[in-house]
Design a protein around this ligand. Structure first.
Ligand code: FMN
Length: 180
């Protein structure tokens, strides 16, 4: 796929093209609103997890979902080792949970209540808008990220909850239905 290069700096003093391209990539992609999902697993009895904005529904038959962890994630190797994960869809009241799970090396589960998901035992966080319990089936490399696909083993949702949304580097809530 071809990339359109940003125009060269007239003065030549605004940094390298690679830097400009990364900044522009981030700026433009921040216009795409995403869900905020905490992907959890139990690694040898210890809960692990990270916040992602890349959770996606993949296939109905068989039921598959996915997410894209960075190659630098310190939690993903442990999720991979577990062979399973639970996708926890955060609500508008759980921004602090997102922040905790977006902080590498933090004691992410401190002060949080969770229960084991029915099939894989991966943590289901209290108060989430939905949870999807999965077994990892496929792993692809994609640039500086992985694409992780999981087969859904069990799932549930709390439709009365307002999901958390991340847009232009800010948290917001998913708006209710609009008039047709
Ligand atoms: C809204 C939001 C979305 C994020 N999306 C992703 C993502 O899709 N993939 C990823 O690897 N990191 C994502 N992150 C960043 C990770 O949560 C962050 O790098 C975290 O520190 C990783 O923790 P770990 O080192 O324990 O794996 C996101 C963070 C936030 C706040």
């Amino acid at each position: 796929m071809a990339w359109t290069s940003p125009p060269a700096s007239p003065s030549g003093s605004a940094g390298s093209g690679a830097t400009l391209e990364a900044a522009r990539f981030r700026e433009v992609l921040s216009a795409v609103p995403t869900s905020v999902v905490v992907v959890t697993a139990l690694d040898r009895g210890e809960p692990v997890g990270l916040a992602v904005g890349t959770f996606l529904s993949v296939s109905m038959n068989p039921p598959l979902v996915g997410f894209l962890p960075a190659a630098t994630s310190s939690s993903f190797p442990r999720i991979r080792q577990a062979g399973a994960f639970c996708a926890n869809v955060l609500t508008v009241n759980q921004q602090h949970v997102s922040q905790a799970f977006a902080t590498s090396g933090a004691d992410k589960f401190a002060g949080l209540s969770w229960r084991p998901a029915p099939v894989t035992g991966s943590p289901v966080l209290e108060g989430v808008a939905a949870w999807i319990d999965c077994r990892i089936t496929t792993l692809h490399e994609a640039g500086d990220h992985f694409i992780v696909i999981g087969e859904v083993a069990d799932l549930d949702a709390a439709p009365e909850e307002t999901p958390l949304v991340f847009h232009r580097r800010r948290y917001t809530g998913a708006a209710g239905p609009t008039a047709a």
